[in-house]
Design a protein around this ligand. Structure first.
Ligand code: MG
Length: 373
């Protein structure tokens, strides 16, 4: 089997509010075709057009080459070999940049092809399922007022979610408002629901420490990205001084970045995004690095049903996976792009282990409707 074509498909809602930290307003889907008629899909979380160029750019020289030209004619099931070929061919603009984001989508599509070609699910190919269902947490942006926050928390609890996260928005503007927001969420859902806060890089170390102590009182399960991604020393000081789990890593790509977060930043939970960190192939290496350090992994995912499926197979196939992120965005890209979404019931997703590949099919009408040519 050989790779015949690599498509980078840019999807975008007619209206995009780029001031919101909402990645479901656009996306880049990667579709890889083979000479045997098998097609695989993947997804990239980046600036879609930049990542699209990283795929489509014609070769410039040995270590500055668009991914498509590196892939055409290759055997799609030789995933490790192709990963290394792509990584080396993009050293000038990749490693931690747009090329590795694009590689991530390609990698997911290659695993989908491998599964379809062998009649096996991606989780089986990744080594087998440690878990056949995973808790899915409702993930939303933090609203402006405690009243809205409480109402949303109530809504997600009534949909069956046992865990929920609110992030970005007003967090970090005013410590009193931050406390009122978490208080409203906690009183709406009681003590049996896990509540997580995604601070969205809101504070410096002292500000984060002050809020971590407040969040401890409300039993917050994890505090995500309270500091700037480069403030590794700050993360270490924070993680060492609070009992709340400190989570992060969605911005990062490649093993060495996650090694730094774990060994120097002392993060408790790492959150590789499979559409950005280097795909399932690199994600698995990152997960085992965390496992060796007795740390857990919850993949970041705020895109379409393609990334939800990839994240589900991934979290199922690592010993330290236990939960996935479930965006509650009403964007048609998040809700309708795939026909056969990963099933969600009573707060958990079932791993589609009986379907080949990722187990999702694209709704071509939705794809064409939002496709930007
Ligand atoms: Mg986040």
């Amino acid at each position: 089997m050989k790779i015949a074509e690599v498509e980078a498909i840019y999807l975008r809602l007619p209206e995009v509010d780029a001031t919101r930290a909402d990645g479901t307003q656009d996306t880049l889907v990667v579709r890889i075709h083979t000479d045997e008629g098998i097609t695989g899909v993947g997804e990239v979380d980046s600036v879609p057009l930049v990542a699209k160029s990283a795929i489509e750019a014609p070769p410039s020289h040995a270590i500055a080459t668009g991914l498509r030209s590196l892939l055409i004619g290759e055997n799609p099931t030789e995933i490790e070999k192709l990963w290394e070929k792509m990584y080396r061919g993009t050293i000038y603009f990749g490693r931690a940049g747009p090329a590795i984001h694009a590689m991530s989508g390609v990698d997911i599509a290659l695993w989908d092809i491998f599964g379809k070609a062998t009649g096996r699910s991606v989780s089986e190919l990744l080594g087998g399922m440690f878990h056949n269902k995973l808790m899915a947490y409702a993930s939303d942006l933090m609203p402006e007022t405690p009243r809205e926050a409480g109402k949303l928390a109530e809504t997600y609890a009534s949909r069956g979610y046992k865990a929920m996260k609110f992030g970005w928005g007003p967090i970090g503007r005013d410590p009193k408002l931050d406390e009122a927001l978490v208080k409203a969420i906690r009183s709406a859902v009681g003590d049996d629901v896990d509540v997580m806060i995604d601070a969205g890089l809101a504070w410096d170390l002292k500000g984060a420490l002050r809020m971590a102590y407040v969040y401890e009182e409300y039993g917050v399960f994890w505090l995500e990205e309270p500091l700037h991604s480069n403030d590794i020393q700050g993360y270490r000081a924070l993680a060492d001084r609070t009992s709340i789990y400190i989570a992060g890593g969605e911005q990062e790509s490649g093993r060495s970045a996650f090694q730094r977060l774990l060994d120097e930043g002392h993060l408790d939970i790492i959150q590789p995004d499979l559409g950005r960190c280097g795909g399932l192939t690199e994600g698995k290496k990152i997960a085992y690095m965390a496992y060796d350090r007795h740390k857990r992994v919850v993949p970041h995912a705020f895109k379409t049903g393609i990334l939800v499926a990839a994240s589900t197979h991934f979290a199922a196939s690592i010993p330290n996976g236990f939960m996935i992120e479930h965006t509650v965005s009403t964007s048609p890209l998040a809700r309708d792009l795939v026909h056969t979404p990963v099933e969600f019931k009573d707060g958990y997703v079932s791993v589609p282990g009986d379907r080949p590949g990722l187990g999702v099919e694209i709704d071509e009408t939705v794809l064409e409707k939002y496709r930007v040519r």
